[in-house]
Design a binder for this molecule. Sequence first.
Ligand code: ADP
Length: 228
Amino acid sequence: MSDTMLRLDGLTKAYNTGKPGEVTVLRGASLSVAKGEVVALVAPSGAGKSTLLHIAGLLDTPDAGVVEIGGQAMAGLGDKARTGARRRDIGFIYQFHHLLPEFSALENIVLPQLANGVARSTAEARAMDLLARVGIAPRANHRPAALSGGEQQRVAFCRALANGPRLLLADEPTGNLDPGTSDQVFAALMDLVRATGLSALIATHNLDLAARMDRVVRLDKGRVVTPA
Ligand code: ADP
């Protein structure tokens, strides 16, 4: 059995902006993330980090190249199978929490499990366990508006892990937080990832955070390179 969780090979992607000329973002980007490995993807804003993460997360398709998750090529899958793989295998975290404002922290973690066919009692127990792991169990019944930015983001981490994905993709997960909070919230995320043995690809432009991951890669001119 392969020990690769995510394999991206030769990805290309251009956006047709409607104006003369296309914006070519990826020009043959290749990257593998091993099982249990946490990889930092660093690059300045506009370099294509979100584009690469969306393709890896099956939210977008490349113009060319291969996306394999757990050894399975995604290109041949129909919409239904892709949606299934995304729901089952992938957790996504954005810079902004995107929690549902009218639901409690707990419900925000329960709902994706119910959508996946999990019984409510099981879903609630799992949600409480996840909230406890990131240190905010006492906040379970608060709505997002009653939580601090760091707490909101911790809930978003729990939601991303609610259905037990194999791969976590995160796009500047602490980018909206002040530096002190960002540090603590990032540490909570890393604890959660390590405890669950997840593979993760985490985009950041914070080099201190990147240095705390297993490996750092950079996006440069549309390709993935290893910094010297
Ligand atoms: P990053 O996440 O590193 O900031 P992005 O992947 O968001 O980079 O964007 C890379 C480039 O692609 C940018 O120049 C951006 O303007 C452009 N881009 C992203 N999405 C689209 C889109 N849907 N249409 C046109 N251009 C886009």
